[in-house]
Design a protein around this ligand. Structure first.
Ligand code: 9MR
Length: 586
């Protein structure tokens, strides 16, 4: 199927060139979904043309005329570019850009609700990732499929003959949950930051989210759709807590399975090794979820808070329990780099302390312990990703200031605002108007851009200063087309988008279009999936030849390092799009 997709795509000569050989595109780069009337609107134009830019409506009337701006270099792509600011175009409508008398690029939309479909699709995608249930056509349309991975008899790793134990193997029911990415594993560490991010959407924009509906099966009709979806994963996470409070790292097969539909991936699944970071990430989101679900489902909230407290207690007793991937296991690692658990302890303590306060038990011994742990474990400057959750702790304390001491709140705000100000400084001075750091260009770079956008939205929520919202807009613009590839990095959105993501269901379902609403990982120079030695035939041709991080991307299923999808990447995309929608549509 992907072979045909490549052929179709090759029809668009310029785009194909940019996708398959990393040649930068030569037209105007814009947010292909458009802009809210009051939003900052920047157009990046590669090259150094002396002509200015005209914005005309569809009747040909010129609404804005700009002179050619200075030329700046963007090191990440090695391009010279000119950047035009068309923010003055505020009247809702469809516009075209003209340069030297000729129209260039695709029409641009200015209007309300330009990201609403994206918000819904990026969240609906979690439904498409559900294990243990069939996706019925009334919800899944042409992506309907049979159930896979019932996971009702998951073997505890090390308890059967295959993995070193003597007997038939101890089994648990670990049903439900979302597949992590293009593979069919379910991982606690990555579920942690993902669920946090999705819950933050509800915490910050409850009215907006209550007003939004999308088409998923309803087990809990009183919940808004977002909380219905998140519960599907929370229920799974709860199954991975052992009786002693410790939480297993993941449910996966021993090796990655082939590119088949879920129902055909039938190798035995294992619950693999309890550890401290997984237990703390679990504790943090269970505590946060207990706050969010308390008003609509007290029993569920109480259950989650109890689970969170026992997971934290287990981690305190087992601080050295770091996950080490056994030799016979080759699925995702998700081992946080620092190995000391400080950021996980910080985040879990912050969430637990707030959750206890919300549950009305701020003064018991456990609560005092969380506060003491938090005070003794100061914030660092590190930004958010699955491998470091420091910023999540800072978000919590800074935004929920009523629940914490003044000093802690001041330190948390400083942490968030320092990061936001550093991002702003880059956003407004970089040729592409992209608030990014050199270390943003890594595996999952698109999620780094989305997470940077989240920091800027938090700064906006803290200060009300619109320039932070403009920074968040710049991050979303990059993901939706204002990038050297001239594509949105989200399947099914914009004029051009990835057709061949590394995503097993999309690769094997015989449906031409990939599952919609997925953010692909994005460009970087890691080259993990490039066939450099000529031996591994499934690896990619050298898409990173230009040696520029922003160009090192290929729309091919071979590219698990640049074209895979993942729950922790979609979640911040959904947050960013929902934030701009909720704030601008108010
Ligand atoms: O997102 C993860 C990235 O930060 C790591 O560098 C990479 C290699 O370990 O793994 C990524 O996560 C993958 C996970 O291990 C398994 N499921 C697919 C994830 C996305 O590629």
């Amino acid at each position: 199927m992907s072979v045909y997709k490549n052929v179709f795509y090759a029809g668009a000569a310029l785009a194909a060139a940019s996708l398959f050989t990393s040649v930068a595109f030569a037209g105007p780069l814009v947010n292909q979904l458009g802009y809210y009337p009051e939003a900052e609107k920047s157009v990046v134009y590669p090259g150094n043309d002396a002509n200015g830019l005209e914005v005309r409506d569809l009747n040909g009337k010129t609404v804005l005329k700009l002179d050619a701006p200075d030329v700046y270099d963007w090191d990440y792509s090695g391009e010279e570019v000119q950047t035009f600011d068309i923010s003055a175009v505020k009247t809702p409508g469809t516009y075209r850009l003209f340069r030297g008398g000729a129209y260039v690029g695709n029409p641009i939309t200015v209007g309300n609700n330009v990201y609403e479909d994206l918000v819904k699709a990026s969240l609906k995608w979690f439904y498409y990732q559900r294990a243990s249930m069939p996706l019925l056509p009334q919800y899944a349309g042409k992506w309907a499929r049979a159930a896979g991975h019932m996971d009702d008899k998951v073997i505890i790793y090390g308890s059967d003959k295959v993995t070193g134990g003597k007997g038939a193997g101890k089994v648990i029911n670990s049903a439900r949950g979302w597949y992590d990415a293009g593979d069919y594993g379910k991982y606690i560490v990555n579920s942690g930051i993902t669920v946090f991010t999705l819950l933050e959407i509800y915490e910050h924009f409850p009215k907006y989210m209550d007003s939004l509906t999308w088409n998923i099966p309803r087990e809990f009709p009183k919940y808004p759709e977002l909380l219905e979806e998140i519960r599907y994963n929370l229920d799974w996470m709860l199954t991975l807590q052992d009786k002693d409070g410790g939480v297993y790292h993941k449910v996966t097969t021993l090796k990655f399975g082939g590119s088949v539909l879920p129902e055909d991936d039938v190798a035995p699944r294992y619950a693999i090794i309890k550890n401290m970071p997984a237990s703390l990430d679990f504790a943090a989101v269970m505590a946060q979820a207990s706050v969010v679900y308390r008003n609509i489902d007290k029993a569920y909230a109480d259950k989650m808070l109890k689970a969170a407290e026992s997971a934290y207690a287990w981690a305190k007793k087992n601080p050295k329990a770091i996950y080490k991937q056994p030799d016979d296991v080759q699925t995702g690692g998700y081992v946080p780099g620092d190995e000391n658990g400080k950021d996980e302890f910080r985040w879990a303590a912050a969430e637990l302390y707030r959750a206890k306060a919300v549950a009305g038990v701020k003064t018991d011994k456990a609560a005092a312990g969380y506060l003491k742990d938090l005070k003794g474990n100061p914030f660092t400057a590190n930004g958010a990703w699955w491998g470091d959750v420091n910023m999540l702790a800072a978000f919590r304390v800074a935004l929920d200031s009523a629940d914490f001491d003044k000093d802690l709140v001041a330190a948390a705000k400083k942490t968030v605002m320092n990061e936001a100000n550093n991002l702003r400084a880059v956003g407004d001075t970089s040729a592409y108007r992209l608030p990014a750091f050199p270390w943003s260009w890594n595996w999952g770079s698109n999620s780094a851009m989305a997470n940077n956008g989240m920091v800027l939205v938090h700064a906006y929520l803290l200060t009300g200063d619109k320039s932070y919202l403009d920074g968040a807009q710049q991050c979303l613009d990059y993901l939706l087309g204002k990038n050297p590839m001239d594509i949105t990095y989200v399947t099914g959105f914009g004029y051009r988008s990835p057709r061949n993501p590394h995503h097993r269901p999309s690769e094997s379902d015989l449906v031409d279009d990939p599952v919609p609403g997925m953010l692909v990982g994005g460009p970087h120079l890691g080259k993990q999936d490039i066939n450099l030695d000529g031996k591994e035939h499934w690896k990619c041709p050298n898409y990173a030849a230009a040696d520029k991080p922003a160009l090192a991307y290929i729309d091919n299923r071979c590219s698990y390092a640049t074209n895979e999808v993942a729950i922790n990447w979609n979640a911040p995309l959904a947050y960013l799009a929902a934030a701009l929608e909720a704030i601008y549509s108010k």
